[in-house]
Design a protein around this ligand. Structure first.
Ligand code: HEM
Length: 227
């Protein structure tokens, strides 16, 4: 009965998550469409005429990032992981590659073009990219070494980092609904914007760290590697 109830709760959470994800994914697909169009620079500030490397970096970034955020929740489903271990490993490899590509393409874009919010936003997003990149590498490394506690901890960090881009938009949506956009400016220079540069990933990483410290002992034995 308890298992059935927790399964139901997970199902409801996933359904709500995917519903809120729909506009985000639609936006990503729309931006890819815009980017592939000849006059992309006239349609979005993310693209510039004749700057093919930066434009390609942004297209690859959005494509990989969208797949990452859509797929990453499935990796945490315990039922799937225990019953279909081979699927978990294949999906894990895909997620690591997607996270590496998303982070690398995003950091390349920042190095080439900066961001709409200026140096502070560029630095914060670059740091976010570095965190995502590092977490992806460490998840893969701990899996290969059979380090269960490490794999669990880095997997949790990667999960929250992979959701960061979505959380950023969730924060803005809720804030605009609640306050009409208090402290937020079109050029991202308002106090709310400045805080958001870091608030979509650092507090979550901190909370995850506390969770890891409290629950680490339950994840000490060796990683299951059989399929
Ligand atoms: C994790 C999944 C991610 C997804 C789904 C994603 C998706 C997107 C999308 C759709 C845009 C276009 C936004 C717009 O239309 O204004 C964008 C922009 C951008 N992303 Fe990501 N992203 C992700 C992660 C990251 C990471 C890790 C970095 C850091 C390296 C990053 C850096 C950027 C930058 C710098 C921009 C342009 C910001 C601007 O100047 O407006 N993103 N991303």
């Amino acid at each position: 009965m308890r298992i059935r109830r927790s399964g139901l709760a997970t199902g409801v959470l996933l359904a709500v998550f995917y519903l809120t994800l729909l506009p985000f994914v639609a936006h990503g697909v729309g931006m890819i469409g815009e980017g592939l169009w000849q006059g992309a620079a006239r349609r979005s500030y993310l693209f510039a005429d004749g700057e093919n490397v930066g434009n390609a970096a942004m297209l690859v970034h959005i494509l990989a990032g969208t797949f990452l955020v859509v797929l990453v929740p499935l990796q945490l489903l315990k039922g799937l992981r225990l019953k279909y271990n081979r699927f978990h490993r294949m999906m894990g490899a895909c997620l690591v590659v997607l996270a590496l590509i998303t982070g690398l393409a995003g950091m390349s874009y920042i190095s080439l073009r900066g961001t709409i919010g200026g140096p502070l936003m560029s630095a914060a997003f670059f740091l976010y990219g570095l965190c995502l990149f590092t977490a992806a590498l460490m998840v893969a490394r701990s899996a290969m070494e059979g380090d269960r506690a490490g794999h669990w901890a880095w997997g949790l960090r990667l999960f929250w980092l992979a959701l960061g881009s979505w959380l950023y938009r969730v924060h803005y949506t809720l804030w605009y609904l609640l306050t009409g956009g208090l402290g937020s400016e079109p050029d991202f220079s308002g106090p709310f914007d400045l805080a958001q540069n870091f608030a979509f990933f650092l507090p979550y990483l901190l909370a995850v760290q506390v969770w890891i410290a409290r629950n680490r002992s339950a994840h000490q034995n060796a990683l299951i590697t059989g399929s």
